[in-house]
Design a protein around this ligand. Structure first.
Ligand SMILES: O=C(O)CCC(=O)C(=O)O
Length: 217
């Protein structure tokens, strides 16, 4: 656990060994930064609630180093993303790009902080299928860049792929509202099933699972 004072000191004088980013996606605005709630107008959350018809699943606080880049992924959420200080650059690919985005299987690791303040990368169980590389490397996938400046709110619809970069000490708050698993989701899953790299990864998992269940029966 790192206290906020230590985080601020460190981010003001960044070291080459440590790239810090507050980016827990577990509603940390409520659970860890409740002191800030009075500074944040409830208007955006209320508006989101009205248009998506449900309270947010998570309200997140983000603050980080310019070297911290969020790799390309998509979420099952309608996302209202507000930049409070600095700017963020979102590189976006539409959901139908899922047919073409190369994927690979990545081993899971956790960054654990040691008592002396150093970090250890600990291997964890399992693997995660993730987009491989970044939008600029995918010649057959169209992307658009959106710069979200201080005071701007980006509505990022569910299932849009996004890679995110930021200015140093950028601060943001976002709200995730659960998406509707309707026809759009069915089309997305159908398009995804046409992606050759995903198909072969999923087949590999399926074969492993079948082998495991036959050795246990
Ligand atoms: O701001 C970031 O670094 C990532 C944001 C993101 O991935 C999200 O809001 O879903």
């Amino acid at each position: 656990m790192m206290k906020m004072g230590e985080f601020i000191d460190k981010i003001e004088k960044p070291s080459k060994d440590e790239v810090l980013y507050i980016q827990k996606q577990n509603s940390n605005l409520e659970s860890e930064f409740s002191e800030l709630e009075d500074d944040i107008s409830p208007k955006l959350q209320k508006w989101g609630q009205q248009i998506f018809g449900t309270p947010p699943d998570a309200c997140n606080f983000w603050m980080g180093d310019a070297r911290a880049i969020t790799s390309t992924h998509k979420d099952h959420y309608e996302n209202l993303y507000c930049v409070i200080r600095g700017y963020k650059t979102f590189t976006l690919c539409a959901p139908y790009s899922c047919m073409r985005i190369p994927h690979r299987s990545c081993k899971n690791f956790a960054h654990n902080r040691n008592e002396d303040g150093t970090w250890t990368l600990e291997p964890m169980e399992g693997e995660t299928i993730w987009a491989s590389g970044s939008p600029l490397e995918w010649s057959t996938v169209k992307s658009i860049k959106v710069i979200v400046k201080q005071g701007d709110v980006l509505y990022l619809p569910s299932l849009w792929f996004h890679q995110v970069e930021q200015s140093h000490q950028c601060i943001a708050v976002n709200y995730w509202f659960d998406m509707r698993f309707d026809l759009k989701y069915c089309y997305f899953k159908m398009a995804e099933s046409l992606n050759p790299s995903l198909r072969s990864l999923l087949k590999g998992y399926q074969a492993e699972e079948e082998e495991e269940s036959s050795t246990h029966s």
